[in-house]
Design a protein around this ligand. Structure first.
Ligand code: 6PG
Length: 250
């Protein structure tokens, strides 16, 4: 059964500070345990706040960058310098400001014409750098959209049912930016040692209450597919997004 932790913060700034600290804690533990820290980043505005916080804080000095490998849980089918690129967002908000060796940054090859081939290639890259079968990321950061999607696993998408691959290409996303994407599957996400959901903003409140406290309906609420088999599931939420939760947490 998944070990689930729910923490609520006054605002995005407090949430971002706590997530930045959690990244450092997990990274140090991973390096002490197996001499490597593997992390998958997410797109979206809440993760951006976390990356900016980490880049600006003294915490970044405590991250074992020489032993860190950075991947993306999903990205959009655009060139890496496109404004909608999740790689570009993480690069500008964090990676350009830290001493992470370039060869340890592993973007998804989203420029490829054949997205299925790009997904299969990314799966092989993950298998060669992330230990375990299926590969066990030390930390996967996820956002949640107002429709309950996570990574690029959208409601009713065929990607939800993919169990024989770690990474898959998706049809055009129903939300902006409307384009095809490449995403981790639930199989890969659920193999992680820790998955952290970052959820902020009042527009997420109703959906978050359904995901956490409503009946299981993962086809309409893909965030419910996330249940790490042997890992920890952490929800880090701001007060605005938490306002419709019925239970009190923490
Ligand atoms: C993407 C994402 C996506 C995102 C959520 C939440 O590429 O769009 O990875 O899953 O994390 O939509 O985004 P916000 O934090 O901006 O609401």
């Amino acid at each position: 059964m998944t070990d689930q932790r729910i923490q609520i913060f006054a605002d995005v700034s407090e949430l971002a500070a706590a997530v930045a600290q959690q990244i450092v804690t997990r990274a140090q533990a991973a390096v002490a345990d197996h001499d490597r820290f593997t992390i998958a980043l997410s797109g979206g505005s809440t993760p951006r706040a976390v990356f900016e916080r980490l880049a600006a804080s003294l915490l970044k000095e405590q991250l074992p960058w020489a032993k860190t490998y950075v991947f993306w849980g999903d990205d959009r089918a655009v060139p890496p310098d496109h404004p909608d690129s999740n790689y570009r967002m993480a690069s500008e908000s964090l990676l350009q400001h830290v001493p992470l060796p370039k060869e340890q940054i592993k973007p998804i090859l989203t420029q490829c014409d054949d997205l299925d081939a790009a997904a299969q290639h990314y799966e092989r890259v993950i298998q060669s750098f992330v230990p375990g079968s299926p590969p066990c990321f030390d930390l996967i950061l996820l956002g949640m959209g107002p429709d309950g999607h996570t990574a690029s696993l959208f409601p009713h998408s065929p990607a939800l049912a993919v169990t024989n691959a770690l990474v898959t290409a998706t049809p055009v996303a129903p939300l902006k930016p409307h384009m095809r994407r490449i995403t981790f599957t639930a199989t890969l996400i659920n193999a992680a040692a820790e998955v952290v959901f970052l959820v902020a903003g009042a527009d997420k409140a109703g959906r978050l209450a359904e995901v956490l406290e409503g009946p299981q309906a993962p086809d309409t609420l893909p965030a419910q597919l996330v249940r790490p088999t042997n890992g920890v599931l952490s929800w880090m939420i701001d007060q605005a997004a938490a306002q419709e939760l019925k239970h009190s947490y923490g």
